[in-house]
Design a protein around this ligand. Structure first.
Ligand code: C5P
Length: 237
């Protein structure tokens, strides 16, 4: 399959159309950005490591019955995926309070909530991805309640699969972001990536930060940590 036009260039990836209308190619870049582009850099091999980590996670989810866009990794930086119409939404799952929620509610990072927290954000850089709720989503015509119910079901399934998967690599899945798209048959598929770029991952006992917060907060070597995550997940499968 050959790459044709660029469909979308994001902060961390380029999505190419291909000579097949049903497929896209995702290309993972080394560009790193945080705080809506205020902090920018390039991290050696980040794209390669995120591509491989996301491959392992999407493959594990598919094995456990989650429908995703992922087909196969093509090379170090690229993966072949099914083409969908992406919903302009980000779904965040929080098993432990951290990051923006910790700041917004002034709750100590690491606090375990009494239930899993689900958030929806509108994907819009200019508006800084504002948090919205289901009635906003349906009111502005992004999708309907039935689709949101189905997505919630998939999100809970993904969380139930990912928590033990990371735990067996001695990693605590603190929070993560998911995106969904609708394929030509109207099926909802999990799209985008799941990697330390989109999930907070802390080592179980030491609470050592292993994810992109290393870059965001200047806490340590990102390439080394992502390599460590990849090695742990590879020995885990
Ligand atoms: O920044 P915040 O605490 O809201 O992020 C929650 C989780 O969602 C983190 O794991 C973060 O990496 C992920 N996220 C993301 N892309 C965004 C916003 C958050 O991957 N645009």
């Amino acid at each position: 399959m050959k790459k044709t036009d660029i469909l979308h260039e994001g902060k961390a990836k380029v999505i190419y159309a291909t000579d097949s209308p049903k497929h896209v190619i995702l290309a993972f870049k080394d560009d790193a950005s945080a705080y809506f582009g205020i902090k920018k850099s390039s991290i050696q091999n980040k794209g390669i490591l995120s591509n491989k980590i996301s491959e392992i996670i999407f493959t594990h989810l598919a094995k456990n019955g989650v429908k995703t866009h992922f087909i196969q990794r093509l090379n170090d930086r690229e993966q072949l995926c099914l083409r969908t119409t992406p919903l302009p939404l980000e779904f965040i799952v929080r098993n432990v309070i951290a990051g923006s929620l910790s700041r917004r509610l002034d709750i100590k990072e690491g606090t375990v909530p009494q239930n899993t927290i689900f958030e929806i954000c509108l994907k819009n850089d200019l508006l800084r991805d504002p948090m919205i709720n289901r009635t906003h989503v349906t009111a502005i015509g992004i999708t309907n309640d039935e689709t949101l119910d189905k997505i919630k079901e998939i999100i809970q399934q993904v969380n139930a699969i990912m928590v033990p998967f990371f735990k067996s690599a001695n990693i605590n899945l603190i929070d993560f972001k998911l995106e969904f798209g609708v394929d030509a048959q109207g099926e909802i598929l999990l799209i985008d990536e799941i990697s330390p770029e989109t999930a907070r991952l802390w080592e179980c006992d030491s609470q050592k930060i292993l994810d992109s917060d290393l870059f965001r907060r200047d806490l340590g070597n990102v390439e080394e940590s992502y390599t460590d995550i990849l090695n742990r997940l590879q020995t885990n499968i």
